[in-house]
Ligand binder design. Structure first.
Ligand SMILES: Nc1ncnc2c1ncn2[C@@H]1O[C@H](COP(=O)(O)OP(=O)(O)OP(=O)(O)O)[C@@H](O)[C@H]1O
Ligand SMILES: [Mg+2]
Length: 457
């Protein structure tokens, strides 16, 4: 409880004003060393003679901008976990899928750090023009003030950042058309929430491969220290290959949903040359997945044999600009930038290339060490089929399973086609019969092709 002496102190306008002023500067500067001294001396002068307890005031606004420390404290303090909280507020920030639980005005929460108790109170008052003014007061023994500045508040900031990441709704960014771009770097991309329902539970693929990918992603996000200690940029590259409809894009969505990472879908045909490409890449954020779909056809390899004197290696021309000489992105420029500057100026970056034709890729993309993990997505396997049947139809066995599994051993059918048949009817008998018909038809066509090979002279 507050001592009467202390109440006298905090009710003194001068001390509150001074504390507010001090905290404003503090949050503006994220505790630079020179300011710590200033804060210490001021606080000591004002308060140490009156009480053993210090009060720091954390305003919601620092001038016209929001105070990052206030926002961090809101995320850090968890009223739902405090035993005495009878009331807290729930909000759902726009563009978010997560409900935030916040402290209610004039409530108090006790926190402890390194065995030191801290009492936080959110104060709400009516200010001038009847505007609501909010600020946190945090109280602790004055002997801990140094520790508060150097350890406790940094921890509040860090935990709030982690909470923000956990609650974040992953977003999908695509390149903004040039004429829609305005000013800032972020404006190069336009984003929407990722609503793709794919998760690792819904993507049908070899389960060992799936487990391997999940383990690889887990290891990647846990290994900050290792990447740092070996001087490697914290980046991981995946090359997904496979026929259309085998789940490459679904797997990317599952990875994004699993990691809660944003996705930047880089359409290379929309990029005007290497410098445009660099600006776009620099504008991507940490903890994100950069995706280049159909890497084999979004850029076309100019026949290097046809221009043996060319000094520019691996020159690529966007398909859509093929008849125009000016805008060009070179593969080497792209890969060098991804491997070099771009990845070293960010953290937790994942790069994914997809292709339907691995055999058509430039050797530069396939060389060891370029893409860390190569994943081949295949036509539907018996295991994949069972998984789709369970996800789409809610069944794990059926008399038709054996026949279908036998047919799948002979016929190539993409998981997308299987899923399509399953969507035709909720009744498993009808859906499975529909799939059987498709497989039998494909088998007949396949046998016909073998008997009468089409030869065009
Ligand atoms: N392995 C899979 N597991 C579950 N669903 C799948 C799978 N493959 C495809 N599908 C279904 O088919 C749809 C299309 O698949 P997706 O876009 O992921 O294929 P893709 O390999 O990226 O194809 P493309 O090469 O044409 O881009 C998905 O929305 C999903 O519903
Ligand atoms: Mg795709």
């Amino acid at each position: 409880m507050m001592t009467p002496k202390f109440q006298n102190v905090v009710s003194t306008a001068a001390s509150v004003a001074a504390t507010v002023m001090l905290l404003r500067s503090f949050t503006r500067n994220y505790i630079p060393p020179e300011f710590q001294n200033y804060l210490h001396s001021k606080l000591s002068k004002l308060l140490s003679s009156f009480s053993t307890e210090l009060t720091l005031v954390i305003d919601e606004f620092d001038g016209l901008t929001t105070n990052p420390l206030f926002a961090a404290a809101q995320l850090y303090l968890k009223p739902q976990e405090a035993p005495n909280t009878k009331r807290f507020r729930a909000t759902m920030p726009s563009k978010s899928r997560h409900v935030s639980l916040l402290m209610d005005g004039n409530d108090e929460i006790t926190d402890s750090f390194n065995g030191v108790p801290f009492r936080w109170r959110l104060v709400s008052r009516r200010g001038k023009s009847n505007f609501a003014v909010h600020f946190f007061e945090v109280r602790f023994h004055k002997k801990h003030r140094e520790m508060v500045l150097s350890e406790y508040f940094p921890r509040v900031m860090k935990e709030a950042e982690a909470a923000r990441e956990r609650r974040k709704t992953p977003r999908l960014f695509t390149v903004k058309g040039k004429r829609f771009r305005r000013g800032g770097r972020k404006e190069l991309w336009q984003g929407v929430n990722i609503e793709h329902p794919a998760t690792f539970a819904t993507v049908a693929m070899d389960w060992e491969l799936k487990e391997m990918i999940i383990r690889d992603l887990d290891r990647f996000v846990e290994r900050k220290g290792l990447y740092k200690s070996v001087g490697k940029a914290w980046k991981r590259g995946y090359l997904l290959s496979g026929p259309p409809g085998t789940g490459k894009s679904s797997l990317i969505a599952a990875m994004a949903n699993y990691l809660n990472f944003d996705v930047y879908d880089l359409e290379l045909t929309a990029v005007n040359g290497n410098s445009d490409l660099r600006s776009l890449l620099i504008a991507t954020s940490n903890r994100s997945i950069l995706v280049v779909e159909d890497i084999d056809c979004s850029l076309q390899l100019q026949d290097r044999l046809a221009e043996p004197k060319s000094s520019q290696p691996h020159r690529f021309i966007p398909r859509h600009f093929h008849s125009f000489p000016a805008p060009q992105v070179t593969l080497s420029g792209f890969l060098n930038f991804i491997d070099g500057l771009w990845s070293s100026c960010g953290n937790e970056r994942i790069v994914v290339f997809t292709t339907n034709h691995k055999e058509k890729l430039d050797p530069a993309l396939l060389r060891p060490g370029r893409m860390d993990v190569h994943i081949d997505m295949t036509y539907c396997t018996p295991d994949g089929f069972k998984m789709l049947a369970s996800n789409y139809l809610g069944i794990t066995e059926h008399p038709l399973f054996v026949q279908i599994e036998n047919l799948l051993g002979m016929i190539d059918v993409a998981p997308a086609e299987v899923g399509e048949q399953f969507l035709r009817d909720e009744d498993p008998d009808i859906a499975l019969n529909s799939l059987m018909e498709l497989l039998l038809e494909k088998k007949r066509n396949h046998e016909l092709q073998i008997k009468v090979p089409l030869t065009v002279e």
